[in-house]
Design a protein around this ligand. Structure first.
Ligand code: URA
Length: 239
């Protein structure tokens, strides 16, 4: 592949910016300074350095973010902070986007990638990729609610949901509150909140804890992110 494409793919800068680095002699291939942006490199074999630092080839980027409340699942916004505003200058790339959406006030697992194919696979309604949520509820969740969710409920008076698995984690009779876990196989707008509303209660706190077989790790603080490990990537790709 062309040297300028290689450098742009790894996120060193835009195609235009990396051409300038090359012209200035800041890039070496196998120890030799290369000043032609058309120079062909073997991305897996050649040793490519920028100002003496080795660059490892990576085209697809996969991050796991523990989304905090107050930020929106978009790439750019004029009013609100977005999940991509949480990225450092070094790791931010213009082609990154969140895989699906969590509400502004929802926390938890959000994948951020530039891999449109994987995103499509994870979001495709046909694939029924499981999403698991943990929630606090105002009101007492009951065994009838478990049965109702198992059958699928009508939300907002019109939309039928697929069967979902509700687990009641705890109930506080005195406070009239519950803690639940809910596994969905689809991703309708505000789905958890609307399903709980359909059985007459209200979600007061919501966090996504799993997508497919990828769990939100406990050691990632709210607002923090890191690249997926090879193992996690294999899991989410179903390999
Ligand atoms: N369901 C909701 O109601 N909100 C989310 O953010 C995700 C699922």
């Amino acid at each position: 592949m062309r040297l300028d494409k290689f450098l742009a793919d790894v996120g060193l800068g835009s195609r235009k910016e990396v051409k300038v680095f090359i012209k200035k002699g800041q890039v070496q291939v196998n120890g030799e300074t290369i000043k032609s942006d058309k120079f062909q490199v073997k991305e897996k074999l050649d040793q490519i350095t920028f100002e003496g630092e080795k660059i490892t080839y990576q085209k697809d980027f996969y991050y796991l973010l523990n989304k905090p409340q107050g930020v929106i699942s978009a790439t750019q916004d004029n009013y609100d902070e977005t999940v991509l505003d949480l990225f450092s200058d070094e790791e931010y790339r213009e082609d990154l986007f969140p895989v699906g959406r969590l509400d502004k006030d929802t926390e938890g697992l959000l994948l951020i990638t530039n891999d449109g194919v994987l995103s499509h696979q994870l979001l495709s309604p046909k694939k029924h990729v499981e999403k698991e949520y943990y929630a606090h509820v105002a009101g007492i969740m009951t065994n009838e609610d478990i049965t109702a969710f198992e059958a699928g409920v009508i939300i907002s008076g019109e939309e039928q949901t697929l069967p979902a698995k509700l687990t009641i984690v705890s109930v506080d009779e005195a406070m009239h509150t519950s803690e639940i876990k809910l596994i969905l196989h689809e991703g309708k707008f505000h789905q958890v909140k609307r399903m709980v509303a359909a059985v007459g209660k209200e979600v007061t706190y919501l966090k996504r804890i799993r997508m497919g077989n990828l769990y939100l790790p406990e050691d990632i603080e709210l607002g923090s992110y890191r690249q997926l490990t090879e193992e996690e990537l294999g899991k989410i790709k179903g390999e």
